[in-house]
Structure formats: C-alpha cells, structure tokens
Design a protein around this ligand. Structure first.
Ligand code: NAD
Length: 694
C-alpha cells in the first residue's frame, strides 16, 4: 500500500511542489495527492498520510485580526483556500500526521495556532519579495532545534519570495522559532513545535526548498524532504477500505480514527458546546437551512457518491437526498416552537415553566442503508437543540459521512461542534468507552443490544433504532388488486429490501390470493437489475457482500422446509453483490425467512383465511417497527393495527417515514423515537422552573 502525500493546490507554481518529489523519491512507496480548495476534495484529505502546505496568496487578515489594507496587499485573498488548508492542518494534528509548511504554509500554521503575521516587511521587503528570480540569503539555525538536526548545520543558504513574515511578538501556541535570517532584522525563517510530546512531525520554513537553486545539494531542501518522507513512511494509521459493491473495486482508503484522535475530538466538542448552545435557536435554524440548501445544490454529486459506495440506483440516491431535505424542512419549521421555553402555569405571584436544555456532547453511531435519512434524524435535531455531535457513519457509508461533515461546516456549523469518527466496529467500541452525554444508535438489533448494555452504567440517554420483520396484510376487500400488488412489491424491494421498514412478510386473504400473486410476480419480473448509474435500474447490488450468504441461507432453509420458489433464489452471475429478487409462497413461521430480518430482495408470501389468522401471524415476531394493512375499510385496518405492538401503523401504504410523526421501534426494533416533536426534544433535558415573583 503506497503512502500518500497530500499537497495543497495553488494555481501558481504548484508544479514546483509536485515535481520536487522525483520518481526516485516516490518509487513504489509513495504517491502524491492534489488537495485543491477549488475542488474542495475534503474526502481526499482523509486518505493522506502526510501534508505539504504550500506558498501563495497572503492569509486573509481576518484570521489573525490583521489590518485590511497594507502596502503589498493582494487584490484578492483566497479565504476558501485558508479554510480548506486549515481543515488539512487540523486533520493532521488530530491524527498526528506529518506536516511541512512552506512560506505561506508556515504563516497559516502560525495563525491557526493563534499567532500573528507582520503584514508587510516594509524595508525588509526589498530583500525578500517575490521577483522573477528568487533572492538568496543566509540563515542561522537554532542549535537545539529539530531543524538543526535535519539540516545537520547551524547555517545555510536559502531563497526568499515573500513580503509577509511571522510576527516575533505573536508566535502561535506551542511553536518555537528554529531559524532566523542572518542579519539585524532577524526575520523568522522557520517554526516547529516547542513541546513535541505526542505530536507528529512538523517543520515550517519561510523559504522555498522545492525550487531553491541546486536543491539536490542543499540540506535545507533535500534533507527536509527526506525527513518529511521518512516521517510519512513511519505513520501507521489503520485504513478503512471503501469498496464499490457494484464492481467490487476499491474506491479509496481512508485513515481510521484512533483512540487518541477520538479523545482529542471529544475534548474539542466539549470545549465548544456551551458557545453553540448559547447561540439563539433562530441562528441554529439558519445554519441548518443553509445545510439543506447545500444538499439541494449538490444533489447530483452527493447522489453519485452515495450510489458508488452503497450501490443503490442513482434515482433512489437522489430520492434519499430530497427526502432528507423534506425532513430537515419540518425540523427547522418546528424547532423554535418545540425547543423554546414553555410556560405551563401563571398564577398570582408564580410562574411554572419548562426549558429544554441540550444534553451536551452526543454520540451518533449510524447505519449505511439510508445514511442521509437516518443521519438527519439524529444529527440535525441534536444540533438544533444546541448539542455538539460526534457522528460515526457506517464503514459502508463513510464517504457520505465526510460529505455530511463538509457541508455542515460549509453551512456554518462551528469547527468543533460536529466531528466525524471514521472506522467500523472497533471505532464504535472506542466511542462507547468515551464520556458522551447520550448515545443515539441506528443499526442492527445485536449491535444495539450490545451498545445498550455497554453504556448502561453511564446513566445517560441511549436510544436505539433497530431492525424489523415488518408484516403487511392484504384484506379481501381491496378494490384494485393489481395496484396493491405493485405498491406492496415496491415496499418489499425498494432499496433492494435494505430498509429498516421494508415489508419483510406478506399475508394475503385467500379470496384474492391467486390474483395478488400473479400481479406481484409480474411486477417483480419487470424490474431491471444493473449498475446503479444505468438508466431505469431498480435492483442494484447489495451493499454488503456478507449479506449474500445470509440470503442464501434463508433461501436454502425455506426450500428445505417446503417453500415454493416463484422467482429468483440465487446470486446473479456477474461481478458485484447482486442477488435476484426472490419470491416464495407456501412459507411458514418455522422458516428463517419469516422470522429473521432478511434485509435483502427476498420475500415470503402466505395465504390466510381471515383477519384473525393474519393478526395472529403478524404478532408472531420479536420485532415491532411497522405493520401495514391494505383494505377498503379504515375501521377494519385500524382495528388490526391497534392490536399490534409496533411503533408505526400503515393503512393502504407501507415503507414510508414522515418527519411529522415519531419514528420508533418496540421490542427488538428499538427504544425511544426520532422525528416529530418527540424527536426534537429527545436531544434535550427538560428543566422545571418554579418562579415565585412574590
Ligand atoms: P450494524 O449494527 O452492523 O452497524 C451499525 C453501526 O454500528 C455501524 O456504524 C457500525 O460500525 C457500528 N458498530 C458495529 N459494531 C459495533 C460495536 N460493537 N460497538 C459500537 N458500534 C458498532 O448495522 P448496519 O448493518 O449498519 O445497519 C443495518 C441494520 O440497521 C438493519 O438491521 C436495519 O433494520 C437497521 N436500521 C434501522 C433503522 C431504524 O430506523 N429503525 C434505520 C436504518 C437501519
């Protein structure tokens, strides 16, 4: 596996930095990655093992409270570049990854660590400012510095091309000067960490080692590069490999978070949460509205990323992003109403009211099947309520997780109010050990139970949205059997059956059974299976390869126990995690397929003689997420649904979620609820106020 060196992009002279690393340097061990503020390719930052922050236009003065005008002020600053590169620097520090800061790169690092810049060197400028050919001068390297060790000398020749410099009276936190210009002005020529305990490699220089004359023979170029590369070689971040389920090709590799980086992140979240909760709800609503606007603007790009990593057909990815925006709309429209103080009683001399205080720093461990939807259910109301959030996307939807982070920050969520945790089960386990004020989990029953048990001793809220084995009953009085068959087949197979509320068992009244089955099978056979990006594809690959084994086991078990296979039943003979849409009849509750969550394109349909039998079968499950009844009579449907211990009941519809009503599971389907006003207030602690005015 090659180590990746991320080089921050700048239109001017970028090639010099790129070409500084020769074929001989890179061999088969390293590759270069362009990190471009113009492309805002944040997710590429997470692939890199070390970073070079390059030279270029002055850092925006607002970042260090500098004056807006000065002699050599550029016509245009590049604030977007500053923001993008600060993301790189913070990421490197959180993960102890090597950083080399050159010229402006050094100045930015000083600013990010709280230092300031001399905005114009005035007279000194003549000696340093950028011209056709770099000027050269001598520097003195501090004897006890890391730079001295690297250069192997107390002095050396360097080049100059700058008009700004590090302000010696305002050096950033934990930085120290390692080199000065050899003259009276003593311009600062380099910085490094003062206390290097628990820090990665970091060297900053004011000169340009990438283009200095005879750079191969100058230790202040060549040694710098070699040490930087050696430090990168020494990094040992665990990698999360992201695979395209449709092609089985590796999309990319991301650095996983370590225990240390997660501890740093939770500390940062904790230190910033008060300020966020002190902001008005109106402000937080505005930020989230901007986030929703960004989803709209970027729908195509986000849908493409989602389809590539989870395999869902492109149109279904678009639908998911639009669905997330609809949910956000309800939340922002209602946040003020349900999160503001509520006066409950006003009597003479007394007021009693409730205020809704944020929980604090909450942890959201999420699933991959609808990363936008299930994510939005949690992190949006949590942020609206004033919490800071550690969001762990599923390891199968990490790229979408990175987009979520990128766009929340772009919308104005402050830097340390939302952090992402990259990794799988082990990363999740670390989060369970850290000190959160609440855990909000979406995923399988087994993981949910484990999380509930593990965090119980903390005495903080723990909410679980888990799996299901959702039943659907078609009564004999439905008028349009064909339409019902088409709608219910969609309820079972949309997103390849990988929905928590997918229809997982179907019961059909014997009077309409044959007609229903014919229409159902006709519909299923009409679907096109293919790559997510292909036109009109309805069935894509499954997201996880291992689910194919589970489906095969359910199919075999059903056949062994006497089920009749009407269509499908096996993997599709092609590359990728494809499984044929599969329909069984003659099924019974002895079969795995009617008891355990399939989470794939497999359904069992059972004939029943009346409502009583249907009800008894629908109740026969450990899960309790949703249930659905199709009937011409609302009364008949409601009577059945009332007797089912599920969080949601559907009449003449299925597999749908609305932000206006609670989303909750019972029994093995979970604890607590998201969405609706319950789902806003669940991220708060109600405080009772007894206010005696006399
Ligand atoms: P999963 O339980 O395998 O993983 C969910 C998350 O938990 C992932 O981020 C994973 O990395 C993390 N995790 C795994 N082991 C962990 C551990 N020991 N400690 C801490 N974290 C751990 O579930 P999945 O495959 O991602 O999602 C599919 C399941 O989610 C299905 O059962 C589905 O029904 C359910 N789901 C439910 C809802 C709902 O709203 N009720 C919504 C979507 C999905």
């Amino acid at each position: 596996m090659k180590k990746r060196i991320g080089i921050s992009y700048t239109e001017i002279l970028f090639k010099n930095y790129w070409n500084w690393f020769t074929h001989e340097d890179l061999k088969d061990e390293f590759e270069l990655v362009e990190l471009s503020f113009e492309k805002n390719n944040t997710s590429d930052i997470y692939q890199c093992d070390g970073f070079l922050l390059t030279g270029g236009v002055d850092v925006h003065p607002s970042l260090y409270q500098g004056a807006n005008t000065y002699r050599n002020r550029p016509e245009l600053f590049q604030l977007e570049r500053d923001v993008f590169e600060s993301k790189i620097y913070h990421y490197a520090q959180l993960n102890k990854l090597p950083v080399l800061g050159i010229c402006r790169g050094m100045q930015l690092i000083n600013v990010l660590e709280g230092g300031k810049l001399i905005q114009d060197l005035d007279n000194g400028n003549e000696r340093h400012k950028k011209e056709q050919i770099d000027k050269e001068h001598v520097i003195n390297v501090e004897s006890n510095s890391f730079l001295n060790k690297v250069a192997g000398s107390d002095t050396g020749h360097v080049n100059s091309a700058h008009h700004q410099a590090i302000d010696p009276s305002s050096i950033g936190f934990n930085l120290k000067v390692n080199a000065y210009e050899n003259d009276d002005e003593r311009i600062i020529e380099g910085l490094e960490f003062a206390d290097k305990t628990n820090k990665g490699f970091m060297l900053c220089v004011q000169w340009h080692p990438e283009r200095i004359r005879q750079k191969e023979n100058n230790p202040l170029s060549e040694n710098l590069k070699k040490e930087f590369m050696a430090a990168i070689k020494d990094t040992n971040n665990k990698k999360l490999i992201i695979i395209n389920p449709a092609t089985e090709e590796i999309i990319t590799e991301l650095n996983e978070d370590s225990r240390e980086s997660l501890i740093k992140k939770i500390d940062l979240l904790r230190s910033s949460q008060d300020a966020w909760s002190d902001e008005s709800i109106v402000h937080r609503v505005e930020v989230i509205k901007r986030f929703s606007g960004l989803l709209e603007e970027n729908t195509e790009q986000l849908a493409a990323i989602l389809s590539t990593e989870v395999g869902k057909p492109l149109q279904q990815s678009r639908n998911e992003i639009n669905g997330a925006r609809n949910r956000i709309k309800w939340m922002v429209d209602n946040a003020e109403k349900f999160l503001s103080d509520e006066v409950m009683t006003t009597a003479e001399g007394l007021q009693e009211k409730i205020s809704y205080e944020p929980l604090g720093v909450v942890c959201n461990i999420s699933a991959w099947n609808y990363p936008w939807l299930v994510g939005v259910n949690v992190f949006v109301p949590a942020l609206l309520a004033g919490n800071a959030v550690m969001y762990k996307p599923s390891e199968y939807a990490a790229l979408t997780g990175l987009e979520i982070e990128r766009l929340l920050k772009k919308a104005g969520v402050p830097e340390n109010i939302f952090h992402i945790a990259i990794g799988g089960k082990e990363t999740g386990e670390i989060l369970l050990q850290l000190d959160f004020d609440g855990y909000f989990f979406t995923g399988s029953f087994n993981t949910g139970k484990h999380i509930y048990e593990t965090v119980a001793y903390k005495m903080v809220p723990c909410q679980l949205e888990l799996g299901g084995k959702d039943p659907l009953y078609v009564c004999d009085d439905v008028k349009d059997i064909n339409a019902v068959a088409v709608a219910t087949a969609d309820g079972a197979f949309y997103n390849n059956g990988q929905s928590c509320c997918a229809v997982e068992r179907i019961y059909v009244h014997e009077k309409i059974y044959d007609k229903y089955i014919d229409a159902f099978i006709k519909e299923v056979r009409s679907w096109k299976t293919g790559l997510p990006g292909e036109e009109a594809v309805y069935i894509g690959p499954l997201t996880r390869k291992m689910q194919l084994d589970l489906l095969e086991e359910q199919v075999k078990d059903a056949i062994d126990k006497g089920a009749k296979l009407l269509t499908g039943g096996k993997r599709v003979n092609r590359k990728g995690n494809f499984f044929e849409p599969t329909v069984f009849t003659n099924v019974s509750h002895r079969m795995l397929l009617m008891r355990e969550e399939s989470f794939g394109p497999v359904i069992g349909i059972m004939k029943v003689k009346d409502d009583a039998e249907a009800l008894q079968l629908m109740r026969d499950t450990e899960y309790g997420l949703t249930a659905s009844v199709y009937s011409d009579s609302k009364q008949r449907a409601e009577k059945i649904l009332k007797q089912l211990n599920t969080g949601t009941g559907y009449w003449n519809c299925c597999d749908r979620v609305s932000a206006a009503v609670p989303w909750s599971g019972r029994k093995h389907s979970g604890i607590g609820s998201t969405l609706s006003h319950h789902g806003l207030r669940v991220f708060t602690k109600p405080k009772a106020w007894h206010l005696k005015t006399s």
